[in-house]
Design a protein. Structure first.
Length: 269
């Protein structure tokens, strides 16, 4: 660890790190930022080889000693910085005193699907909070991979990374150009593709048939438009969640969480 404390929020290094909030800069440098003690902790525990540098304030925060130890154990460079510098590096208005720079990765879709039984495909998901929440739910449900397809948001967007609360570092992630590429890949890997769509059959039918017990890749569409007819045609079947109350609909992240868990329950029963 360097004894120097970074104190100039307008330095070139700080500007370079802050620029990683932009997709173009992330792609150009192959780096992204991880903010907050929980996400940085998970990065250091599960993907230390990707961690380039950790920047923290010098204080008595509860997480300080653990982050220091994890960085030291992983051989990761640790730098102290003022709160102003951390704020300048961060995308959040009120950062929590720690930022890491990590190398992004592009998992080959065929590799991440080897042996997979539960997969989430995000097609044209634009909201970073939704994307991160679905990835977190997939992690919690024991999914084997998450695929970002088409014009979906970049999985390394700072808001996506934050909303996964570390799950980005637990689950293999791949990015593909089109939904057709994603569906072809999961079918080649031996999974059925199920489209989550309000025009599909009730999930209780699929449950009763035992269809949820097999290897499944769930396709989740755009928050506003859902899946188009050609998109649905790529799937083996379309499934919806019933609405028993007066709610007009469920949002994407909630529906995805329920369907992923329904499948996880079926596969484990």
């Amino acid at each position: 660890m360097s004894d120097e404390i970074l104190s100039n929020p307008k330095s070139e290094r700080v500007k370079r790190i802050a620029s990683l909030a932009r997709k173009k800069e992330r792609q150009a440098h192959g780096r992204f930022i991880v903010e907050g003690p929980q996400a940085v902790r998970e990065l250091l525990i599960h993907r230390p080889e990707l961690t380039e540098t950790v920047y923290t304030t010098l204080g008595n925060e509860a997480w300080q000693s653990e982050i220091d130890r994890l960085a030291s154990d992983a051989g990761v460079r640790l730098e102290r910085a003022t709160g102003e510098v951390i704020t300048a590096m961060s995308e959040t208005v009120n950062p929590q005193g720690v930022v890491a720079v990590a190398r992004s990765w592009g998992g080959d879709v065929a590799d991440v699907l080897k042996g997979a039984r539960l997969v989430a495909i995000l097609h044209e998901i634009r909201d970073p909070g939704n994307a991160g929440t679905v990835l977190r739910a997939a992690d919690a449900a024991g999914a084997d991979a998450v695929i970002f397809a088409g014009e979906s948001i970049d999985p390394f967007h700072p808001k996506v990374v934050r909303s996964t609360t570390g799950s980005l570092f637990h689950v293999p992630v791949a990015v593909v150009d089109t939904l057709a590429d994603a569906v072809d890949a999961v079918k080649t890997a031996g999974l059925s593709a199920f489209a989550a769509d309000v025009r599909g059959a009730d999930v209780l039918e699929a449950r009763a048939e035992g269809a949820l017990a097999g290897p499944i890749a769930w396709v989740f569409g755009n928050e506003a438009r859902g899946l188009s007819e050609p998109d649905r045609a790529l799937a083996d079947r379309s499934v919806k969640l019933p609405i028993y109350g007066a709610a007009e609909s469920l949002n994407l992240a909630t529906a995805a969480s329920v369907l992923l868990y329904e499948t996880a329950f079926a596969q484990r029963s």
